[in-house]
Write a protein that binds this ligand. Structure first.
Ligand SMILES: C[S@@+](CC[C@H](N)C(=O)[O-])C[C@H]1O[C@@H](n2cnc3c(N)ncnc32)[C@H](O)[C@@H]1O
Length: 294
């Protein structure tokens, strides 16, 4: 599919052909990414008009576009990504299948796997002692649920923090078996005042929504609540996220993408010694993790 020569008219025909067969097949996935990446600003409105049949909460991308909970990246959409949920309706199923192949969606699933591995490492290190973990912007709390399912002997105690009451209710039901190891706080991370220190502070899918000023403020604030030997791990999408444009155009989903150097710079601005800072990535390299040790 060439989007350059005949521009948006070609795109309209291409998309109407896709809808005629209820959505893209695998061989068309890259064509759509390319089409979106080549759209000019003036073509975006028309493109969204052609895509209207799926820009509603029945598809994952449409759920993001319409924001039924008032903001992007709510617990419900993240849980759909984790569960690889596809609406069974034939008008939507192929579009949801396509969404799960967005590199950014795969990176989100990867970060859950990484969280579980980090908790397992801490639990092994704890060697039977209690260790405290704080999760900032805890959402559906799937990573912790899966961690407990695999590690019945865990001695980790989790504090979960989320601004959205619906996220907390959902997470409590999901984690009903493990509530003796979890405390939920319905609080804004900016205002939360912890009553203890933590061995690990984990946050994925939250700091990408904050401007630099708030990012640095939160690093500084939560570093104070880290135990000696503890670590704070903060996820953020990389500037090289190949799904950036499609997320913005179809999902109206805007994030502050950041480079490794920017993340390190924020930690230094927060007053943290540069020897205590490093950045690692999930396997696709799309989600970066700033790690700060104490
Ligand atoms: C994209 S989700 C990520 C959820 C989870 N960390 C994960 O990776 O599965 C972001 C979560 O942060 C919550 N959130 C957004 N802003 C917040 C704030 N200022 N304080 C606390 N939670 C917030 C949202 O309600 C949502 O549940």
């Amino acid at each position: 599919m060439e989007n350059t020569e005949k521009g948006i008219t070609t795109a309209e025909n291409y998309i109407s052909d896709l809808f005629a067969k209820n959505g893209p097949d695998e061989y068309e996935y890259q064509q759509i990414f390319d089409l979106v990446d080549n759209l000019t600003d003036s073509e975006v409105l028309s493109f969204r008009k052609y895509m209207k049949p799926i820009l509603n909460p029945n598809t994952i991308i449409g759920f993001s576009y319409t924001k039924p909970f008032g903001y992007n990246g709510d617990f419900f959409i993240i849980e759909k990504i984790y569960q690889r949920y596809c609406n069974p309706d034939k008008q939507y199923i192929k579009w949801d299948k396509y969404f799960h192949e967005f590199p950014a969606a795969i990176a989100v699933v990867n970060r859950k796997t990484m969280a579980i591995e980090m908790f397992e490492k801490l639990n092994n290190k704890a060697n039977g002692d209690a260790k405290n973990v704080l999760i900032l912007g805890s959402g559906p709390v799937s990573e912790t649920f899966e961690f407990f399912e695999k590690n019945n002997d865990s001695t980790l105690q989790f504090d979960m923090l989320d601004l959205d009451k619906r996220a907390i209710s959902f997470a409590k039901v999901k984690n009903a078996k493990y509530l003796n190891s979890m405390t939920f706080h319905h609080k804004n991370v900016i205002r939360f005042a912890p009553d203890k220190k933590y061995d690990m502070i984990w946050s994925a899918g939250l700091f990408d929504y904050f401007k630099e000023k708030h990012f640095v403020y939160l690093l500084k604030k939560y570093y104070e609540y880290l135990n000696e030997g503890g670590e704070m791990i903060i996820g953020n999408f990389d500037i090289k996220n190949p799904s950036k444009k499609i997320m913005e155009i179809l999902g109206d989903w805007f994030l502050h993408h950041r480079s490794e150097d920017e993340l390190k710079k924020y930690a230094i601005q927060a007053g943290i010694d540069k020897n205590k800072i490093d950045v690692f990535k999930e396997p696709l390299g799309i989600n970066l993790f700033l790690r700060i040790t104490k």
